[in-house]
Design a protein around this ligand. Structure first.
Ligand code: UDP
Ligand code: MG
Length: 381
């Protein structure tokens, strides 16, 4: 079953699993993938990108001599976004090799160099020369972790896709565990850094972030933003990750109806370099949560969000002002100089505005005529 990867070294008998019959992880090929050339060059551009380049070429351009059919699918893709991690890569490649050689799956490792300005790319190039199963995609500049993941996802050929950070904080030895959970039937298995090895300035806000995200998304996870995750390939081909939405991939997948779970994973302190995310992550993280909610839950029904908030405000304002009016009628001399009166008026005005915004949102939604996107699991026709 592993004959699909000619570079796979023969496995010693001691690596033959626990005697359980091995399940196949071959997915049927995605129908919309354009046929592409093999990725033998230094950079393995996403198939879509290659197709776009081809389309842009003049009609008379000579066709490449060797045209492969579609790229073969694999059992596993490991996608690793990185930005200036040159000191960690060699160690990481070694640790990955140790783990991946024990699981009997065909695999590829896709490093996405997110515009590193240190020697990361050279280290990666060397790694590819030593092991062609290591692929490297290099951005021209730093686009961010979400962009790197997104491009890695696009070119991933594995039926299962694992993501992890490149800074050695994630332990590759957790990979078999994550795969086991996928085999149990989950679509997304998120790591949970139960004992997190990061400064307290990171761990406390992160607890709050996870609490709020769990509450708002309706998906109970301890650790949304763990770099170490496993996905069924359907998830990574469907979920759109851009901006800094990588923090919310489990929530996005959950909204699409994928089955999401988490497993505790080992976490290690950062050995080299420093974290690439500063304090700005908190405010951006919060704004992104709003984006996620609005582009998923309330995308087609903005009035349900704005209308609910607006009605609550207006109702509170109304109650306050009716109460004050009763006092006035009962003989109170003046209510116009009471702060509560102003609060009541403010709540009514803001409430009405919220409802109006919701209605405008509904009109925009209707006017777009765009097709609703539904995540379809299976069809029998
Ligand atoms: N990363 C990236 N692009 C960026 C920032 C980070 O590809 O713009 C990578 C980084 O190299 C690492 C992973 O994303 O492999 C997680 O970053 P980091 O360790 O800085 O985050 P933290 O662990 O502090 O949350
Ligand atoms: Mg890190």
């Amino acid at each position: 079953m592993t004959q699909e990867d000619e570079q796979q070294p023969p496995q010693p008998p001691s690596h033959r699993g626990e005697g359980a019959p091995r399940r196949s992880f071959h997915r049927r090929r995605r129908p919309h993938r354009p046929p592409t050339q093999g990725t033998t060059g230094e950079t393995a551009a996403a198939p879509e990108t290659q197709a776009a380049v081809k389309a842009a070429a003049p009609a008379a351009a000579p066709q490449p001599l060797r045209q492969h059919a579609q790229p073969r699918s694999l059992d596993l893709s490991v996608v690793i976004p990185l930005f200036n991690e040159e000191q960690s890569i060699e160690d990481l490649v070694r640790q990955l090799r140790d783990v991946l050689s024990t699981i009997r799956m065909s695999y590829e490792v896709i490093f996405v160099d997110d515009g590193s300005s240190d020697g990361s790319f050279n280290v990666l190039r060397r790694a590819h020369q030593q092991n062609p199963r290591i692929k490297v995609i290099r951005f021209r500049r730093n686009y961010g972790k979400s962009a790197a993941l997104s491009v890695g996802f696009k070119s991933a050929r594995g039926a299962i896709v694992i993501t992890m950070d490149a800074d050695l904080q994630d332990d590759p030895r957790e990979i078999p565990n994550l795969i086991r959970r996928i085999r149990e039937g989950y679509d997304l298995v998120s790591g949970w850094k139960k004992k997190r090895r990061d400064p307290i300035t990171r761990t406390i806000p992160s607890k709050f972030f996870n609490f709020v995200t769990s509450l708002m998304s309706g998906l109970k996870l301890h650790d949304f933003n763990c770099g170490l995750k496993a996905y069924r390939s359907a998830v990574v081909k469907e979920v759109r990750v851009y901006g800094e939405l990588h923090r919310y991939i489990p929530a996005l997948a959950h909204f699409s109806g994928f089955r999401v779970t988490e497993v505790p994973v080992e976490h290690r302190p950062r050995k080299f370099g420093k974290s690439k995310f500063g304090a700005g992550r908190f405010i951006r993280g919060f704004l992104d949560l709003l984006t996620v909610l609005f582009t998923t839950r309330y995308f087609r029904r903005p009035l349900h969000f704005f209308g609910a908030v607006g009605s609550l405000f207006a109702l509170a304002g109304l109650v306050i002002n009716v109460w004050l009016s009763i006092l006035k009628l009962l003989g109170e001399t003046s209510i116009s100089n009471r702060p509560l009166f102003l609060v009541g008026i403010l709540l009514i005005v803001v409430g009405v505005q919220f409802v109006s915004i919701g209605l405008l949102g509904e009109m925009i939604t209707k006017a777009q005529h765009s097709e609703e996107e539904y995540s379809i699991r299976e069809t029998i026709m």
